[in-house]
Write a protein that binds this ligand. Structure first.
Ligand SMILES: Cc1cc2nc3c(=O)[nH]c(=O)nc-3n(C[C@H](O)[C@H](O)[C@H](O)COP(=O)(O)OP(=O)(O)OC[C@H]3O[C@@H](n4cnc5c(N)ncnc54)[C@H](O)[C@@H]3O)c2cc1C
Length: 456
């Protein structure tokens, strides 16, 4: 099938009408939200390719991963920057007659929905935005992108894993955790171990991680009847923190972007102690900090930024990327169970039938026996390792533009989690949506730059 304004599933011949060619790599939430934003915001016609390595992109919404609850409330999951409650409105519109029964319980803004529902929302909004554009084509491609390079004429050339090369005017890398660190790898490992006939019931499972992925997989293992020992290997002994019971207004901490990191933290601790002492919530303090975070980060000198990545990042992430209170309660209940143990240790490597770890406070390394399910959510290599060209100081800007990457790459954007250590975002969906709309609006404003260039 190769008609205009239709989704196609294979890379196709280049349309020769001179409209700009855009590619989104990754069809997870960030890639889908980018497609929606481009379809809504870019006024001139364009051709869009959506490329994903997985057979089932958006796998976060399928199988047991789809039954797990979103970490953020419905009120914070709009994919439309101009309509912050769009997801809530979509939920309400789908409930029809059942709405009256649900409304009084908690209010839709505070509901934590299963991830399959969020996937359906993104798919629905994409379909609507696409249907409204008769001047645009969208093609889906099932392939991994293995390299990105600049080509002559200022275009960006992507190489696919079958060797095909495709040139684009603008490329949006929304590769999230990448192919290796992607969530489906963790769920597949859990399912394999859960249902494996060879596994002995009393052989320990080792769950590495400290975020929502670890919590969701632990609770899935228990809900599926696994009663055997589980060791949670968490560097720093952290587990996910809960949201407050209801949505609170962020409390802006008393600090200025010009204050150094150490000074800011001192203020924050003092403010936090006062706030909590007065019955306030630390969650509202952290949310207030995060509202100011981009400005604060810009004002930090390079040395303070390095210190942040080394010593503070993990704690900031765990306090910002929180889970539903009821999920947190279940996690704590499971941790009280003698079969679950939280181990403060760093994984050094995987060995036969176990992992080599260094426990906190020890100089020695141990081998911890068990089968590993790696649920760590750090993005080890930004953009799935595609940014290998040497760049002195690569950075991802507020609108996703990549700067400092080898040759000048005016059309290259890195969105959401794909930025990894190139951007210290707090990793909430609204941060990603803001970044995506800045990118789309910036493109629309720079319409002359977007004119299609001659193919390399
Ligand atoms: C239980 C649970 C609840 C969560 N709740 C929330 C929440 O409420 N809010 C939130 O923001 N986050 C939440 N998360 C985290 C969430 O899963 C991630 O934020 C989200 O998946 C990131 O979206 P993404 O599109 O950036 O990346 P991903 O979902 O990782 O998608 C990236 C896509 O890119 C593809 N890809 C990667 N590399 C390549 C390549 N080289 N070539 C081609 N394709 C490639 C992958 O196949 C994948 O489909 C939750 C996680 C869990 C486990």
């Amino acid at each position: 099938m190769s008609s205009r304004n239709a989704i196609r599933t294979t890379p196709s011949k280049q349309p020769a009408d001179g409209h700009p060619r855009l590619a989104i790599v990754g069809r997870g939430p960030a890639g889908m939200a980018t497609a929606i934003a481009l379809l809504r915001r870019l006024r001139r016609p364009f051709h869009l390719w959506m490329i994903d390595a997985a057979d089932f992109p958006q796998s976060f919404g399928n199988g047991p991963a789809g039954q797990a609850l979103m970490s953020e409330r419905a009120g914070q999951l709009s994919a439309l920057a101009d309509r912050p409650l769009d997801f809530v409105d979509w939920l309400k519109s789908g409930l029809g007659g059942g709405r009256a029964a649900v409304l009084p319980l908690r209010g839709f803004e505070n509901v934590y929905v299963p991830r399959s529902v969020f996937r359906d929302y993104l798919t629905a909004r994409f379909g609507e935005a696409f249907a409204a554009r008769r001047d645009t084509t969208v093609q889906t491609v099932s392939a991994a992108v293995t390299t990105v390079r600049t080509a002559s004429g200022g275009r960006l050339c992507l190489t696919l894993d079958d060797g095909e090369e495709m040139a684009f005017d603008q490329v949006f890398l929304a590769t999230g955790h990448g192919r290796q660190g992607g969530e489906s790898t963790s769920w597949q490992a859990a399912e394999r171990l859960l249902w494996s006939r060879e596994r002995k019931a009393d052989a320990p499972l080792l769950l590495a991680g400290d975020g929502p992925r670890m919590a969701a997989i632990l609770l899935h293992l228990r809900a599926s009847g696994h009663a055997g020992p589980i060791r949670i290997l968490s560097d720093g002994g952290r587990i996910p923190e809960p949201h407050a019971a209801t949505l609170l207004d962020p409390l802006t901490p008393a600090m200025s972007a010009a204050t150094g990191l150490a000074e800011t933290l001192r203020h924050l601790r003092a403010d936090g102690a006062r706030t909590v002492g007065a019955g306030g919530s630390w969650q509202a303090m952290i949310d207030g900090l995060n509202c100011q975070w981009p400005a604060l980060w810009r004002a930090l000198p390079p040395e303070a930024r390095k210190r942040y990545w080394r010593h503070l990042r993990a704690a900031h992430r765990v306090r910002s990327e929180r889970i539903a209170p009821e999920l947190h309660g279940r996690l704590l209940r499971d941790l009280r169970h003698p079969a679950t143990e939280l181990v403060d240790a760093r994984i050094l490597g995987v060995v036969a039938d176990g992992v080599r770890v260094r426990r906190r406070g020890s100089r020695k390394t141990d081998v911890m026996p068990g089968r590993l399910i790696d649920c760590r959510e750090d993005v080890v290599q930004p953009a799935d390792g595609l940014l290998s060209e040497p760049g002195t100081a690569m950075q991802v800007e507020d609108d996703g533009r990549l700067t400092g990457w080898g040759a000048a790459a005016p059309g290259l954007h890195v969105l959401g989690r794909a930025a990894g250590c190139l951007r210290p975002d707090t990793r909430l969906f609204a941060d990603t949506v803001r970044q995506i709309y800045r990118a789309a609006t910036g493109l629309d404003a720079a319409r002359t730059d977007l004119s299609a260039r001659t193919l390399a």
